[in-house]
Design a protein around this ligand. Structure first.
Ligand SMILES: Nc1ncnc2c1ncn2[C@@H]1O[C@H](COP(=O)(O)OP(=O)(O)OP(=O)(O)O)[C@@H](O)[C@H]1O
Ligand SMILES: CC(C)(CO)[C@@H](O)C(=O)NCCC(=O)O
Length: 406
């Protein structure tokens, strides 16, 4: 089980929860309000002004707490069900108030698994999945993160990470490239204004699937870890390999450019076992990342987009992956387009599904817009959730926030 469950379950009150059930991973976002027992817990759980339930300026009740993130492998969905069961969801908070007579309990869910596993959730947890469109959720999540969360977007080139200051008034248009099992490329023109302009089946599932077969790695992180130590030149055929060590300068190809991914594996004198798994992993990661970077750039070019945000759990904040994608975008665009990455890369869809609660009233709470509280404020007038990013957060970093009730 791979999730951020360092919150003692007896000390949490989960009032909202959303799921993104993808082809490879299930992602969860849940809002955990602070309560008295949380006060005695570590700093991790404390709100910045440490009030539990106070009144906002306009006399709406305020719940302070934190958005938590968790993930599970989709193939281990039973672990996710056990986790949800153990969280003692205050299920009363999930009744559908648009149908007051109904005792139906629902959770917002997106991704293909919201359809595939709907019956399983009903059977095992007695919960109905309230389905939200996957692309819409990705865009809502991306817009929220880019507009409301401090230091969310960054560039990564030559080992240098630089946070990008996003002006919420000058965000659109941009290309969102979500690299999950497969890859979706979405042109985003505004809140809820988007078009899925392309995609490719050569994505994270391809890297992990082929990598597992070729290296016998037992898990994704092991495969990624291997790639750190590998040398792609063992398997990739470079321009220099074809041109006797020289560049093909006339068409702008240096001798070190990959001419053919895995091209050297045509050697009749070598079998798979003669190659080191780390070199295989490195070439595979390079092949997939480079290809996605190139297709993304071509789509950005199609629509005259200068900014490309890459998300999805394939990236994993992994230096070599980000570097390869950035180099591909930089190379093909001749420096015109910029690849950017998101700290909450894998949780866009789940956040989007979570935010769709705004359409429904939940036990006295309405989730409208999320807005950053610290350290800078965003432009739009505040509605119902204020957030700040936990400075210690990693990829699963929780987000501190305040929910304003109706
Ligand atoms: N622990 C992990 N186990 C499996 N895959 C992982 C893991 N961590 C990262 N990955 C990578 O992330 C990819 C899945 O990313 P993500 O969760 O964003 O997509 P998904 O929602 O499962 O896929 P899709 O949207 O195509 O249905 C995997 O294909 C793999 O490349
Ligand atoms: C099918 C989805 C949208 C499921 O998340 C994703 O895996 C994807 O975008 N795949 C690529 C499909 C294609 O456009 O070729």
């Amino acid at each position: 089980m791979d999730h951020l469950a360092d919150v003692s379950q007896s000390q949490t009150q989960i009032s909202h929860l959303a799921l993104d059930i993808g082809g490879s991973l299930i992602k969860l976002v849940y809002f955990c309000r602070y309560d008295d027992s949380c006060r005695d817990d570590g700093d991790e759980l404390r709100s910045q002004n440490d009030s539990l339930c106070s009144k906002s300026d306009n006399s709406k009740p305020v719940l302070e707490g934190r958005l938590h993130f968790a993930k599970f492998e989709t193939s281990k969905i039973n672990d996710c069900l056990d986790f949800l069961r153990s969280m003692k969801l205050r299920l009363g908070g999930f009744h559908d108030r648009t149908a007051p007579s109904s005792d139906k309990i629902f959770i917002k869910a997106t991704g293909g698994g919201a359809y595939k596993f709907a019956d399983l959730f009903k059977e095992k947890l007695g919960v109905s999945l309230d389905k939200e469109d996957e692309m819409e959720c990705l865009v809502t999540g991306a817009n929220f993160l880019l507009k409301a969360v401090h230091q969310e977007a960054f560039t990564y080139l030559d080992g240098q990470k630089e946070f990008v200051q996003i002006d919420p008034n000058d965000l659109y248009p941009y290309l969102l490239v979500n690299i999950g099992s497969g890859v979706s490329m979405i042109k985003v023109d505004g809140d809820g204004k988007f078009e899925r302009v392309s995609g490719t089946s050569l994505g994270g599932g391809t890297f992990w699937g082929l990598g597992r077969l070729l290296t016998k790695c037992k898990n994704f992180d092991e495969l990624l870890e291997l790639s750190h130590r590998g040398n792609n030149r063992i398997l990739d055929m470079l321009v220099g390999d074809i041109y006797g060590g020289t560049d093909y300068a006339k068409i702008g190809l240096s001798s070190t450019t990959i001419a053919s991914s895995f091209g050297k594996a045509i050697s009749e004198s070598k079998e798979l076992g003669d190659y080191q798994p780390e070199d295989v992993s490195r070439s595979l990661l390079r092949m997939i990342s480079n290809n996605i970077g190139q297709i993304s750039y071509l789509n950005a070019l199609r629509f005259g987009l200068k900014r490309i945000f890459f998300a999805g759990f394939f990236i994993r904040g992994h230096a070599y992956t980000m570097d390869t994608i950035s180099v591909a975008v930089n190379f093909w665009s001749k420096g015109e387009a910029k690849a950017m990455f998101l700290r909450h890369e894998g949780f866009l869809g789940t956040l989007g599904a979570f935010m769709s609660y705004e359409k429904q009233c939940l036990d006295g709470l309405t989730v409208h817009k999320m807005q950053q509280k610290f350290p800078i404020s965003v432009s739009s007038a505040g509605d119902n959730i204020y957030c700040s990013l936990n400075s210690n957060s990693d990829e699963n970093g929780s987000i501190e926030c305040t929910v304003y009730g109706t």
